[in-house]
Design a protein around this ligand. Structure first.
Ligand code: NAI
Length: 246
């Protein structure tokens, strides 16, 4: 695809890693649907993208609800056009050890992190295959690759995303659609800010550089995977973890 304006849907783009991905893609000339369940009052990813000279709209969506995703996709198609890039970034944690984990903690994480990606892909991928060009990037985690005590729900959802990525990379290979994942390590966002200092120190001990990653580190990797330069890369899980796990 060369002459069509690229349009990306980035889920969980109101803050954190998703916001940084949205801004980075906008800098590459891509119009953005900023999708999230909650938009904070003090930052506007949409306005910041418009200031960069690209089109942007805010779309309120709950990725865990197929109907909500369908409505969001219709709105994006009407207001921006056909979606050619999907970044499944929305995610939550509800940490607990297995012996104490509630059904709500288990299902909410699987429903948002894994089923959310399924809902978005299902609602959008036909637009990509029709156009014979598309990019899907799933934001997984180092925890999905190596596990972590107290995060069985999160690890299962993120490992599930890796399986989903690989299966779909094969399914869509002949349609010009690549499907990849990025697996961030320990990144400085609201999600990690809430961790107790002791846990943060313990996690940092495992990072060879002894530093946290920045949302921009993840965003630049995603921007590469959606670029034309990455056309022959599919089914890959790109670790952005400072050497924490290899
Ligand atoms: P964050 O908590 O700052 O941002 C997540 C965003 O997703 C929020 O804006 C939230 O409103 C949105 N969201 C939550 N539930 C939603 C739903 N049902 N529908 C639509 N949007 C929803 O988290 P952060 O750190 O930016 O994480 C982004 C992604 O990166 C997540 O998938 C997370 O699992 C992953 N990740 C983060 C790491 C970190 O160290 N921060 C490490 C590895 C992966």
């Amino acid at each position: 695809m060369t002459d069509t304006q690229k349009i990306a849907l980035v889920t969980g783009a109101a803050r954190g890693i998703g916001r940084e991905i949205a801004l980075e893609l906008a800098k590459k000339g891509i119009d953005i649907a900023v999708a999230d369940i909650h938009f904070p009052d003090d930052i506007s990813t949409k306005n910041d993208i418009i200031a960069l000279g690209r089109k942007a709209i805010e779309v309120k969506v709950d990725v865990s609800k197929p109907e909500s995703v369908k409505e969001a996709v219709e709105k994006i198609n009407e207001e921006l056009g056909m979606i050619s890039i999907l970044i499944n970034n929305a995610g939550i944690t509800r940490d607990n050890i297995m012996l104490r984990m509630t059904d709500e903690e288990w299902y909410s994480v699987i429903n948002i992190n894994l089923n959310g990606a399924f809902n978005c892909i299902k609602a959008i991928v036909r637009q990509m295959t029709k156009n014979r060009w598309g990019r899907i990037v799933n934001v997984t985690s180092v925890v999905g690759q190596r596990g972590n005590a107290g995060q069985a729900n999160y690890a299962a959802s993120k490992a599930g995303l890796i399986g989903l990525t690989k299966a779909l990379a094969i399914e869509f290979a002949s349609r010009g659609v690549t499907v990849n994942a990025v697996a961030p390590g320990f990144i400085d966002t609201e999600m990690t800010n809430v961790l107790p200092d002791k846990v943060k120190e313990m996690l940092l001990e495992q990072v060879p550089s002894k530093t946290l990653g920045a949302p921009a580190d993840v965003a630049k990797s995603v921007a590469f995977l959606v670029s034309d330069d990455a056309a022959y890369i599919s089914g890959h899980v790109l670790a952005v973890n400072g050497g924490m796990y290899m």
